[in-house]
Design a protein around this ligand. Structure first.
Ligand code: NAD
Length: 307
């Protein structure tokens, strides 16, 4: 198949590009390299790469000619980055997604898989793992725009029959991630023997999903038609203190774990608990992410840091 990936030079996008190239697909990547280029050299040689902006309709339209599928992953993210640039964050989401949808409709592209986020659950009450039916509660510019786009895609499905899937990723971690995110940040601090800095008490929880499981789900979802919002979650709740302890153990680090107040700009993003259900995903594609966090962290350590 011919596949366009926006944001394909980023963390998740570069892993997806590699997998799709290895599976024999023709891949086009559109990325403005805001976060640098995370694509392997061998993969890069096998794709068509365009350094451009998803906010530019003409580029998106011309690149999607003849495509069967678009993975739309281009975004501005990372709590600190988003807090400092909420307008760019929302513009890339809203204008970028509109461009992708318009281009897909004009070029008869069969399907769009859009990277949404578990962040849209915000402070939703959590008695058990969050399902897609839970009333969402987006509060940040990033989460609001992601939620808007989910509804925008649903509307295009209803009115125009576009096949679209909104992927609600839960804290993806793994190869090629940079230290805007907590897992690589803790690894770096632990390896360098610096203090491992935990915001707040460390009792806040997240659901960490290993990159290979995430990619497997993204690839299998290519075969699903209709409109779906679907969690991609590991279904395991880990608190941040436990994550720090685990990384310290795996790296055999002497770093101290220290607890600091989160910067004020992070307040809106601070959520006490987050864990997702992947039941719907399993019903759709027959699998759920199942790499245990300890196992995933050991893989990262072995690949990246072990001498
Ligand atoms: N990593 C996670 O845990 C996570 C969780 C929830 C949702 N997501 C979503 O998944 C997608 C991929 O995230 P990621 O972790 O790979 O992030 P990333 O920052 O590594 O990748 C995003 C890519 O988009 C590119 N980009 C940004 N603005 C662009 C623009 N205007 N035009 C073209 N390219 C642009 C960046 O250069 C980058 O390569 C994003 O949409 C993100 O919101 C990620």
């Amino acid at each position: 198949m011919k596949i366009l990936i926006t944001g394909g030079a980023g963390f998740i996008g570069s892993n997806l590009t590699k997998r799709l190239v290895n599976d024999g697909h023709e891949v086009i990547v559109l990325d403005n390299l805001l976060r640098g280029n995370k694509l392997d050299r061998e993969v890069f040689a096998k794709i068509k790469f365009i350094n451009g902006d998803v906010r530019d309709f003409d580029i998106v339209k011309s690149l999607s000619v003849g495509c069967d599928v678009i993975y739309h992953f281009a975004a501005v993210l990372g709590v600190d980055v988003v807090a400092d640039a909420p307008v760019e964050t929302m513009d890339v989401e809203v204008i970028g997604t509109r461009n992708v949808v318009m281009a897909a409709e004009q070029n008869n592209v069969g399907k769009i898989l859009y990277a949404s986020t578990s962040g849209i659950y915000g402070h939703s009450a959590i008695e058990s793992a969050l399902t897609e039916e839970v009333l969402v509660d987006p509060r940040t510019s990033y989460a609001m725009a992601k939620r808007y786009n989910e509804i925008y895609l649903a509307s295009h499905h209803e009115e125009k029959g576009l096949n679209t899937i909104a992927l609600r990723f839960f804290n993806v971690y793994g190869e090629n991630q940079d230290n805007r995110m907590v897992v690589p940040r803790f690894f770096e601090q632990a390896i360098k023997g610096k203090n491992i800095t935990v915001f707040g008490s460390g009792e806040q929880t997240r659901d960490f999903t290993y990159i290979d499981d995430t990619i497997e789900a993204c690839v299998r979802l290519m075969d699903i038609t209709g409109y779906h919002v679907v969690n991609i979650a590991n279904e395991a709740e880990w608190d941040i203190e436990k994550l720090a302890i685990e990384i310290k153990k795996i790296t055999k680090s002497n770093s101290k774990i220290v607890y600091i107040d989160a910067p004020k700009k992070r307040y809106d993003y601070e959520v006490e608990r987050r864990v997702g259900s992947s039941e719907k995903l399993k019903n759709l594609i027959g699998m759920k992410p199942d790499t245990d966090l300890t196992e995933g962290l050991k893989i990262i350590y072995d690949k990246k840091f072990k001498k």
